[in-house]
Design a protein around this ligand. Structure first.
Ligand code: C2E
Ligand code: CA
Ligand code: CA
Length: 766
């Protein structure tokens, strides 16, 4: 059965019901009118016929009454409704005919008023029938035909003008009333139709809503998130979902006897009221609270609770969702640990210490005590790492961390800043001497060797110390001071620790002053390049020169490169300065070629940071193109510490330079790590023996044997040699005897200005 069919059926039974139930008043009215009619007609007709007629009418209505009662008592099922409709129609037709029969029986020929009265009553009844019978057109039209057709027929029979006109009028009335009934019936039908359509719509909406809320209910119940509904006043649990039961380990029954306070570990009534207050005021929809839930077995787990108040329910309920945040908490803790602690040694890291030192200073301020920052650096860690491997190096660092930690009091903190650098924070000190005791203990502890995988390892530490508030009160500055003190201690191999001092502060201040002036040195034209000739030991001819930078500042005077190059490196100024030297030296060397009529090379010092700058290769290429200097006449001097830092990156750059025919020289050889492996690994062509060995080799047998070893090494590896710092004939003779072909030193010439060098290389007139 489709929907419209079912509507039709509904409408049909509604109409039937209307027909049966809406005729109480009309019955009463009809009977009253009939009684009146009988009363009016009494003088003209026999009592008997009138009362018989009235009795018949009453009988009909009595039957109809019982029919209606029967109908109302047991409304017929749809399949019987058609029959009931016909019962009703039949009853109405009989009624109509009885009423209409008045024209046959009580219609005196000569009494026009009585006739009119009959017609009026029948017309009135017809009109009255409209209101109660309009639900069924068959019924209504049958009824009115029964009432009015006899009137029309009887009028026509008389065949005089008056009655013909009346027949026409009654006919018109009949048509009008039939038409009106059809219109009314349409309206009734369509309004019923509309009502059922609306009902159906409402029903289907309702159904959809129910389906949705059922599904939502199921999902919420099955959700692994915990969901609780509690009485807002007593806080007793009214309903909880499966997730809650599962996580807490309680049964539903047990839960129904518990309140919020039985599961939430940290809330009492007062705290709870404070927490949910905004819900009561309506200022917030929900409040959340991070806490722990207690399971049935007593264990707890972290949860994030969200409380919502539902005043729609009666009594109002509190809806609580709980999210188990064990994993999130764990992840957060791990992340926090990773960010703040060194993975290898598990000590706090630099990041953590930055804020921690600040809090230590605040504590010291309150307690009128001192804090000492100990900057500790292992002395031979690089060697250990290189010779024994990173694995052993790491294990050593772990043991060093443990050893340092074991010497400290609970209030002190040890941290690893990175590499082989540690920081120790001593708190609650009254005097600096107290720090010195701990420092001495740390230094002494290194006298005992470390054991890593059957290796006995000896190492030592150098410590720089700065103190709050004596040396200052900024975390950053005090870290820098301790660092400076440590480097200062390292300068003197006999010292293992050094306190930051007034002199060191002056040194730092001076460094800062140098830095500030150096910033503008290139632009102000304060820099120049000197050239120190390199001499062939066999014919004592100049073969090239090393470019050495010079700086004259109007305030600071002449500052030697040994001082300002490290500062430029430290403060990021070296790129600009170094590139300027490279450009100046190449342009200068390019002009030499025409002057001297033989190829002269120029050697330029490149510091590690400049070498690793983003476009060092590009700069070198540009400089060569701009200056016109052939690439094979440029020599680049680098130092070993550039190679040890990170082998992968420099190797690429060195190979590229080598590929362009640029010569690569290793400067200051012998002072650094002097590892054979570097010489094999990197495309180096020249070794420069450091001047510290040359200067006293004639007196110092050890240094002489070192020089001999370097010479042998270079000759074995087919490397060219340059001896730096040759000051005496004796040194020259010795080196010449060892087949060292090129030397550089005051014996021939100190570094000289460009103009002087040009004079030097001009071919001498015969
Ligand atoms: P270095 O590369 O080892 O340069 C050689 C240094 O030894 C020069 O010092 C030179 O004047 C000095 N010297 C040469 N012959 C003798 C001698 O017979 N006896 C003594 N006692 N010294 C001699 P200078 O010019 O003061 O340079 C010092 C250092 O500054 C250089 O050492 C180099 O490391 C650095 N430097 C100089 N110019 C530059 C530059 O343009 N860029 C970079 N990155 N570093 C430079
Ligand atoms: Ca050099
Ligand atoms: Ca050198």
């Amino acid at each position: 059965m489709d929907l419209s069919e079912s509507f039709d059926q509904q409408i049909y039974s509604d109409k039937l019901k209307t027909l049966y139930t809406s005729n109480w008043i009309s019955t009463a009215a009809t009977l009253a009118v009939a009684a009146l009619y009988v009363g009016v007609q009494l003088p003209n007709h026999g009592k008997q016929s009138l009362f018989t007629w009235l009795g018949f009418l009453v009988m009909i209505y009595t039957c109809r009454f019982f029919l209606t009662i029967r109908y109302l008592k047991r409304p017929p099922p749809p399949e019987k409704q058609r029959a009931w409709m016909w019962f009703f129609r039949g009853a109405v037709l009989v009624t109509g005919m009885t009423l209409g029969s008045t024209v046959l029986f009580f219609y005196p020929h000569d009494d026009v008023p009585h006739r009119m009265f009959t017609v009026l009553i029948l017309a009135g009844m017809a009109a009255g029938g409209l209101t109660v019978l309009v639900a069924d057109l068959v019924c209504f039209s049958g009824y009115v035909y029964c009432l009015l057709l006899p009137v029309i027929i009887s009028c026509v029979i008389y065949a005089d003008t008056f009655y013909i006109s009346m027949a026409v009028l009654v006919g018109i009335f009949l048509l009008i009333i039939l038409r009106a009934s059809r219109r009314l019936n349409d309206i009734v039908t369509s309004s019923l139709q509309l009502r059922y359509e609306n009902l159906a719509l409402v029903n289907s909406l309702e159904q959809e809503k129910n389906q949705l809320s059922n599904r939502l209910g199921r999902i919420l119940n099955d959700s692994s998130n915990e969901l609780y509904i509690a009485d807002a006043a007593t806080l007793k649990y009214l309903q909880v979902n499966k997730g809650a039961l599962l996580n807490l380990g309680h049964t539903e029954d047990e839960m129904s006897r518990m309140t919020l306070f039985d599961t939430i570990v940290d809330l009492d009534r007062e705290a709870f009221n404070g927490l949910v207050e905004p819900l009561g005021f309506g200022s917030r929809d929900s409040v959340s609270h991070k806490t722990y839930h207690r399971r049935k077995n007593g264990s707890t787990y972290p949860v994030e609770l969200r409380f919502q108040l539902s005043t729609q329910e009666n009594p109002p309920v509190l809806v609580v969702t709980a999210l188990d945040i064990t994993e999130r908490d764990e992840a957060e803790r791990k992340l926090l640990h990773q960010a703040n602690f060194d993975q290898l040694t598990n000590l706090p890291n630099r990041y953590y210490m930055q804020s921690y030192i600040g809090s230590a200073f605040a504590r010291a301020k309150r307690g009128h005590t001192k804090v000492s920052l100990l900057f500790l650096d292992l002395n031979n860690f690089k060697d250990i790492n290189d010779t024994l491997g990173h694995g052993i190096g790491d294990e050593l660092l772990k043991q060093v961390a443990t050893r340092i930690r074991s010497l400290l009091r609970a209030v002190d903190t040890a941290a690893r800043l990175g590499g082989d650098e540690f920081l120790v924070l001593l708190e609650g000190l009254q005097e600096q001497d107290q720090a010195e005791t701990v420092i001495q203990k740390i230094i002494d502890s290194f006298k005992t060797p470390f054991y890593v995988e059957s290796n006995e390892i000896f190492t030592s530490a150098t410590i720089g110390i700065s103190t709050f508030p004596d040396d200052g009160n900024s975390v950053e500055l005090l870290m820098q001071y301790a660092d400076t003190a440590m480097y200062n201690a390292k300068k003197d191999s006999n010292r293992s620790y050094c306190f930051f001092s007034h002199e060191l502060r002056e040194y730092i201040d001076k460094q800062l002053a140098v830095k500030n002036h150096l910033r503008h040195a290139v632009n102000k034209g304060e820099l120049s390049v000197f050239y120190q000739p390199k001499i062939n030991t066999r014919n004592e001819q100049v073969v090239g020169a090393e470019a050495l930078i010079r700086w004259h500042n109007s305030e600071l005077g002449n500052i030697p490169p040994d001082i300002f190059i490290p500062i430029a490196e430290k403060y990021g100024l070296i790129e600009e300065i170094g590139n300027w030297v490279l450009k100046t030296a190449c342009a200068e060397a390019s002009s030499w070629q025409a002057l001297s009529q033989r190829p002269l090379h120029v050697a330029v010092n490149i510091s590690p940071r400049q070498f690793r700058s983003s476009d060092f290769l590009g700069t070198v290429e540009n400089v060569l193109i701009e200056s016109g200097l052939p690439a094979e006449l440029l020599e680049i001097e680098i130092t070993e510490n550039l190679l040890i830092q990170d082998t992968a990156e420099p190797l690429g750059i060195l190979n590229a330079l080598h590929g362009k025919n640029i010569t690569l020289a290793l400067d200051d050889f012998g002072t650094g790590y002097s590892s054979l492996s570097y010489l094999k690994q990197f495309p180096i062509q020249v070794l420069k023996i450091d001047r510290s060995f040359i200067s006293d080799m004639m007196e110092n047998r050890f240094n002489m044997s070192l020089v001999d070893a370097i010479i042998a090494l270079a000759q074995n590896l087919d490397l060219r040699l340059v001896a730096e710092g040759v000051e005496t004939q004796e040194q020259l003779d010795y080196l010449r005897g060892k087949n060292v072909n090129v030397i550089q030193g005051y014996l021939f010439s100190p570094p000289i200005p460009a103009e002087e060098f040009r004079v030097l290389i001009q071919p001498k007139a015969p």
